[in-house]
Design a protein around this ligand. Structure first.
Ligand code: UT7
Length: 322
């Protein structure tokens, strides 16, 4: 049986940077509040001519180049997104067209901030079973399009971007294990309460916005991410000391600190981008991975733990050797 191994990474952020000082001008907030409660200093926001798929395309091209892979070699495309360009076709099909790839399977995964972890886990199964051998996995979002820019409780938190990896079949590990969970009973704590089939009037009138019971989500995230660390280690008979890098979903530096503490890993072994990217939902983990691979921190053979928590609720982890 083959392992799924990351052969290359890529990331793309919109050029436009919105600082906390910029937000002070549009909602009643302060740089100090945002930094103290979230760790965020700035975020990148898509311009009118940038979309989830245009960001995904640039990230994918960089990952393909890093992996030395041509479009014709890719036999599966998975895009994790909550903010696709169109209701249909999927972002994965639109990305396939942009990359001039034809015929391979392409589909989206919707697990909000846990989307990239879900997508990696699915890609791993395709590779392990021999159904695919070279998979493009992308996390891409333009959350800014569904933010209420008058709501200080949400608009300061999110940013736009895309991250991508090429996963190839290999005799060497590779993804070791993945652990996915969801509990829809919490559907109303973090939601955009509008869609095609329910409250479509909100969608049509441009009032489909992210709503979050921040404090309740925060507490659940801290507890659940602590549990998923234990679950992942015990499933593999590993101890905390076996983890070289934690690459967490970037929602809030306080949540990341709590998970690092649970893992007894020092913060210099934790990749954090939340200060500069904000919360980019499904894009946050592949963006953080790309930063740490390109600056030389993460090296071949090291053991990485990815973990995420998001709307649904969904949560999960992937343990891998890079
Ligand atoms: O990615 C998916 C998962 N998402 C998350 O994990 C996010 C989880 N939640 C959080 O990160 C935090 O709950 C927040 C950063 C959203 C909020 O931090 P908090 O420490 O939980 O603050 P809070 O919601 O309890 O609000 C505290 C106070 C409130 O004022 P009162 O009621 O105490 O007078 C808020 O109205 O802070 C106020 N507040 C703000 N003040 C200045 C809320 N937003 C802001 C703001 N600027 N932007």
């Amino acid at each position: 049986m083959k392992y799924a191994r990351i052969a290359g990474t890529g990331g793309q952020l919109p050029a436009k940077v919105v600082t906390n000082a910029d937000l002070e001008k549009i909602v009643e907030t302060s740089h100090d509040w945002i930094v103290e409660r979230t760790g965020i200093h700035q975020r990148h926001i898509a311009s009118d001519n940038e979309t989830t798929c245009s960001l995904a395309e640039q990230a994918a091209r960089k990952a393909m180049s890093a992996a030395g892979v041509k479009g014709s070699e890719i036999d599966l495309i998975i895009v994790a997104t909550t903010t696709p360009d169109r209701i249909f076709p999927s972002a994965a099909c639109l990305l396939q067209q942009r990359l001039d790839i034809h015929g391979c399977a392409a589909f989206d995964v919707q697990a909000v901030c846990t989307g990239f972890v879900y997508a990696l886990s699915i890609a791993d199964k395709f590779i392990r079973t021999g159904a695919a051998s070279c998979v493009l996995v992308v996390g891409a979002e333009t959350l800014s399009r569904i933010l209420d820019w008058t709501d200080r409780k949400t608009c300061v938190l999110f940013g736009d971007g895309a991250g991508a990896v090429i996963l190839k079949a290999s005799d060497e590990p590779g993804i070791i294990s993945s652990h996915l969970h969801a509990d829809g009973q919490y559907k109303d704590l973090l939601t955009v309460n509008a869609g095609v089939s329910e409250h479509s009037e909100l969608l049509k009138s441009g009032r489909a916005f992210v709503q979050m019971a921040g404090n309740e989500v925060f507490k659940m995230a801290v507890n659940t991410l602590g549990d998923i660390v234990d679950e992942t280690l015990s499933a593999n008979g590993l101890s905390k000391a076996d983890i070289d890098w934690l690459v967490p979903h970037q929602a809030n530096i306080r949540i990341i600190n709590a998970t690092a503490k649970k893992l007894q890993i020092s913060m210099d072994r934790v990749v954090t981008t939340v200060a500069h990217h904000g919360n980019t939902s499904a894009a946050s983990i592949p963006l953080a991975l790309d930063v740490a691979v390109r600056d030389g921190r993460i090296k071949r053979g090291e053991t990485i733990l990815f973990e995420a928590f998001g709307g649904g609720f969904t949560w999960g982890s992937v343990l891998m050797k890079f």
